[in-house]
Every structure is written in C-alpha cells, then in structure tokens.
Design a protein around this ligand. Structure first.
Ligand code: HAM
Length: 406
C-alpha cells in the first residue's frame, strides 16, 4: 500500500495504455477534421454558474465545485458544451457560419464509480453552430457514427429521437416535465406509468414511447412526423444505419428538437458511447437564438469497447537500442543516438552501464526492433554491429550506412 492513493473514480494510465489511447484519439481527430471540424480548448474549471444555468439538477449534484481563495464558486467541468457556448459568446460570435468546432478533454462528475463510469473521464465532442437544416443535423449525427466506425468498432447502435414530439405529448398529458423526463431517461417505464396513471391519453403516450418505426410514428401526428422525418431521410443519404427511438430524453436540460444516442451493446450497463442533439444555451448567456447542436463521445468507453471486441491496437513505432561496449564508446553512442533521432528514429541507449547480456535483455523487454552494438575494435574500422532483436541475426555494417539497416 502506498501512503497516498489516487482519488476514487480516477485512473493512472501506463505507457502501454497511453499508446493505445493516443492511437484511438488520433483516428477520431482525423474523422472530425475530415468533416471540417477544427479543435478548440477551454479551461478545466469554470464558474459554477455556467453549469447550474440550464444543465439540470443532476448536473449540480454531480459537479465538483469549490470556492477559490477569493471566494468565487468554481467547478471542474462536467462536460464541454456549456464552456464552448461561453467561449463562443466571448470570442467566436463573428466567425463565419456554420461554425464547426471539436474538443478533447477531461471532465469530472461525482458519479458512483463502476466499470465505464468514472469521476474523471475524457470526452471528444463537437458543436455545430449556426444551422438547423435537416441535412446539417444529419451530417452531425453521421459524424458521430463515422468517428466511432473509424476507431475500428464493429458493433454500435444509433438511436434517433425528437424531443419536440416527446414534449408535445407530455404537455397534453399535463404532468410535470422534469420528473417524467428523468424517468424516461432512466428507461423506468413502470415509474412513467405510475406517474401518468389513468390520465387521458396515458395509454397512447406509452404506445408513443415504444414506437420504433417512422410509419407508426406518423400515425400519432396525422400522417406527418415533421423534422425528424427529413433528418432520417438525410441520414440514409449519409449511409448511416439508425433506429428511431421516441423515448430518448437525454439527461441534460438544454436539449431541444432532434436528439440521438449511440451504444456499444457489448459494454452492458454503461454502454452509452455517445449522446447529443440540438439544444438551446446561447440566449441564457445573453446571445440570440442561433441554432446549436452537438454531441460528445465517451472516450474511455470507446477504448473499453474496442478491447471487448478484441480489436488489435496498432503497435507503437519501432525503437532502436544502442549498446556501447566499454566506457570509451559512450560518447560515440550519444553522438550516434542524436544523429539517428535527427533522422526521425526512436532511439534509446544504455544509460545504466550494463553488461552486454543485461543490456540486450532490457532492449528485448522494451520491445526494441534493432540493437546497435558499438565495440571499440569495430568502431576503429568504421563498423558497428546491428542485431535484429526478433530473429537474433547480427550483421556488421559500415557506420555511414547504418540508416539502411534500422
Ligand atoms: P452526456 O451524455 O452527458 O452528454 O455525455 C456524453 C458521453 O460521455 C456519454 O455518452 C458517455 O459515453 C460519456 N460519459 C458521461 N459520463 C461518464 C462517466 N462518468 N464516465 C465515463 N464516461 C462518461 C454531454 O456531456 C453533452 N455535453 C453532449 C453534447 C454536446 N450535447 C451537445 N453537444
């Protein structure tokens, strides 16, 4: 036991884990950028108010907040949408529309930790500002889907819903919005039934919640399902498979209109990889009614899902290891290491003055591809020995030609 351990719900990452995470992160960035999104970054902490404004009670309870030395109430960000909107209001309002920005950062929620649910976790997400055309929302959803596909994940399920339709039903029922939305978000249908009881339209509402086909959805609204119909049509043009899901409520209060979620069924309880949709936050920050939509992907869950699917993560770039024999070769080894690094190779040299045997054992353990053995006699003749660490084959080569053997 160490004297001080890490806080509950947080994690350390080993070099191997970081290599995997960085490889996944890189692919995700490439897809975001292929859709024209550009990266932004915002502070890890914000004024608490930014999150209490409209994110809903759950968020307040879950937020890590504290008073700083001058008494301001600050919070570690539980998500990146509100910070992005604040940033937009302060600095990006004049940017040409649509504005497409993406972000990657750690978020903090005082959640009950379990596999796939952490108190510090990473989100990669984006916001699309300035358009609510159906093809724009469809492109946003397609981006989320293709980012997940681009990581190598095979089994993901996209569900798309419309909060306008859900809310219009709830209004007709005359029940309190936030309570019923919370129950729907948790898929607690018994709770929903209990809440709406025998109210007029209760039965129809339960049918609506279970509706998964566009044709049956249209019947509830006199043969026309409005915006969601055309968003889904566009989604097909983007080649994205989806299921209609009228019961998506989303946990945060700022959502309006089209909403969507993507799951990895292999993950069990914490299977939601992505959540997003259209939302309204700008007016609360003093802005106008500019259209806004976005989503965030749970980065840690993506890595978990890839592991679960048995994905073979790409191996890190190959390493060259230099072993100088005897003290007189050490300076030469430094010069050679520097030269090879300048050529773009990854190079490590013996820094423990080990015997050749121990040194090469270490090279093997750090998965070096080639070892360069520098002996004084060979060096005098202008030669070094290059050892292939996999096959064990050794070759004497001229030092000027070493690049061709690594
Ligand atoms: P969210 O659904 O709260 O949405 O979070 C997005 C994703 O973050 C989730 O689907 C999940 O994969 C991951 N996530 C959430 N909490 C945890 C946790 N405790 N541990 C691990 N992963 C977690 C948002 O945050 C919105 N800001 C998304 C958005 C962007 N909407 C519009 N723009």
């Amino acid at each position: 036991m160490v004297a001080v351990s890490k806080p509950r719900g947080t994690r350390d990452f080993t070099p191997e884990e970081m290599e995997r995470r960085r490889a996944v992160e890189k692919k995700m960035r490439e897809i975001f950028e292929s859709y024209g999104y550009r990266e932004i970054a915002t502070p890890t902490m914000e004024h608490m108010e930014l999150f209490t404004m409209k994110s809903g009670e759950g968020v307040i309870e879950e937020t890590y907040s504290f008073h700083d030395k001058s008494g301001r109430m600050l919070a570690l960000r539980p998500e990146l949408t509100a910070p992005t909107m604040r940033f937009y209001m302060e600095k990006m309002r004049m940017s040409p529309k649509p504005l497409k920005v993406y972000y990657f950062g750690n978020c903090f929620r005082y959640d009950r930790p379990q596999k796939g649910r952490y108190r510090e976790f990473w989100q990669m997400g984006c916001e699309l500002i300035g358009t609510d055309k159906p093809e724009a929302i469809a492109e946003l959803i397609a981006t989320a889907y293709h980012v997940l596909e681009g990581t190598g994940l095979k089994n993901v399920k996209l569900r798309v819903g419309d909060l306008e339709l859900l809310r219009s039903f709830i209004k007709k029922l005359g029940v309190e919005n936030s309570e019923i939305m919370r129950l729907i978000d948790k898929s607690d249908y018994d709770g929903v039934s209990e809440l709406i009881g025998e109210k007029e339209g209760a039965e129809e509402f339960m049918e609506f919640l279970n509706c998964r086909e566009l044709d049956s959805l249209k019947k509830f609204f006199g043969g026309e399902a409005g915006r969601i119909e055309s968003v889904l049509e566009w989604l097909s043009s983007f080649g994205v498979p989806y299921t209609l899901d009228t019961s998506i409520a989303r946990g945060l209060d700022y959502y309006r209109g089209i909403v969507f979620e993507i799951d990895a069924p292999s993950l069990g309880a914490e299977k939601q990889l992505c959540g997003g949709g259209e939302y309204t936050l700008l007016p609360l920050l003093g802005g106008d009614e500019t259209a806004t939509a976005g989503f965030a992907l749970g980065f840690d869950r993506i890595v978990l899902a890839l592991e679960k699917e048995g994905y073979e993560f790409p191996l890190p770039e190959e390493l060259v290891y230099i072993h100088p024999i005897g003290d007189e070769m050490r300076k030469e080894a430094v010069l050679l290491a520097t030269e090879l690094r300048m050529k773009g190779l990854k190079v490590e040299m013996d820094l423990m003055r080990r015997s050749m045997q121990k040194s090469l054992q270490y090279a093997d353990r750090i998965r070096a591809k080639k070892a360069v053995i520098m002996g004084p006699d060979e060096w005098e003749k202008g030669m070094v020995v290059v050892k292939d660490m996999k096959t064990g084959e050794q070759k004497e080569v001229r030092k000027e030609e070493i690049g061709g053997y690594l």
